[in-house]
Design a protein around this ligand. Structure first.
Ligand code: ATP
Length: 328
């Protein structure tokens, strides 16, 4: 069976001031089946947001896209703007970090949830009833009274739950959430992630969750794709990725995860990956992670490591990696 979404050899280049093109994304690829959940993780500047925007054709006008993005049998790289706007919202919904930018401040939340359904021809009373049911499903307490509230009358967590309700209203096949909880307090983050995970599973909807935070990814998705400096570094089932990271970069990300200390519950940053992500205009000739990598050997500088399978459901871009874990 063909996957719901297949991304192959995706490249995105952005125009520089002098008119030349600066490649940002390079050889990104993955498949997503119906109902499957995938996390995309990497440090700031790794290209996560550009990837999310590329998937729904919302890149800046200066961007050049190469490779293929196939969704429900259509190639989204070559699709017309009209073709893409017929898919956005209806078949692929998107949630961004800041709920206030997604909500209309002058419109009642129930009307905003019902709006998409009205576009699909649902009558007003049925759309309002569906909006009420969705508010309940995203656990807005006292939904019957809150349905006529304006966004500013809600907390940040409630607003993001309304955004989730809007995204789910039209039963899209794929939801892309880009840092959906980064603007929220840690405890509210967990509630919103749990609601998101539950609703996506109930609806058998596929989810792409973009986050710099492996803790967020670990809580929510079955598979994870690690990006580094614009390209894929590792893909694996999330549990295997966390237990036996094959790429030294993934191991570094895991080491940098804040986690509660057993004794007093204080969150502590254990290790940081030394150095910084290289600039896109000055990438090293070999592995992009070479100058930060604790497992670096001269062969790493010979050329870009190929993307290669290290198991039936695991792949990595590192000449030293094995499925038993990264070289140290
Ligand atoms: N509109 C744009 N014009 C020029 N450069 C851009 C644009 N959008 C992104 N970039 C550059 O592309 C690179 C990848 O950015 P992107 O926002 O995708 O990274 P990210 O992994 O989502 O990081 P963050 O977590 O900080 O958002 C960065 O170097 C960024 O400066």
């Amino acid at each position: 069976m063909s996957p719901l979404l297949s991304v192959e050899n995706l490249g995105v280049a952005l125009a520089r001031a002098d008119g030349s093109k600066l490649p940002i994304l390079h050889d990104v690829g993955f498949n997503l089946a119906k109902g499957e959940t995938l996390g995309i993780v990497g440090e700031s500047g790794s290209g996560k947001s550009l990837l999310a925007l590329a998937l729904i054709g919302l890149l800046p006008g200066s961007a050049t896209v190469s490779g293929a993005i196939r969704f429900e049998g259509r190639d989204l790289v070559t699709a017309s703007e009209a073709g893409l706007s017929a898919i956005r919202g209806r078949r692929i919904a998107m949630i961004f970090q800041e709920p206030m930018t997604a909500l209309n401040p002058a419109m009642r939340i129930g009307d905003q949830i019902a709006e998409g359904l009205r576009l699909d021809g649902v009558r007003p009373a049925a759309a309002r009833a569906a909006a009420l049911a969705l508010l309940d499903r995203v656990r807005i307490a006292d939904a019957a009274n809150r349905i006529d509230a304006f966004p500013h009358e809600l907390s940040g967590g409630q607003r993001q739950r309304v955004v989730i309700a809007i995204a789910l209203a039209r039963s899209p096949a794929l939801l892309i959430a880009d840092e959906p909880t980064t603007a929220l307090d840690v405890t509210v983050q967990r509630d919103v992630l749990d609601i998101l995970g539950e609703l996506v599973a109930e609806a058998n909807m596929a989810l792409i969750l973009v986050s710099h935070d492996l803790g967020v990814i670990a809580r929510t998705v079955a598979r994870t794709l690690v990006l580094y400096a614009g390209t894929r570094f590792e893909e694996a089932p999330t549990a295997a990725l966390l237990a036996t990271p094959a790429n030294p970069y993934t191991r570094g990300l895991i080491g940098a995860m804040p986690r509660p200390r057993k004794t007093d519950g204080v969150r502590q940053r254990l290790t940081v990956i030394p150095g910084t992500v290289p600039a896109f205009g000055a990438l090293p000739p070999g592995c992009r992670f070479a100058d930060r990598c604790p497992a670096h050997i001269p062969a790493c500088d010979a050329g870009e490591p190929p993307w290669r399978a290290i198991g039936p459901d695991r792949a990595v871009r590192c000449i030293r990696a094995t499925a038993e874990g990264a070289e140290r």
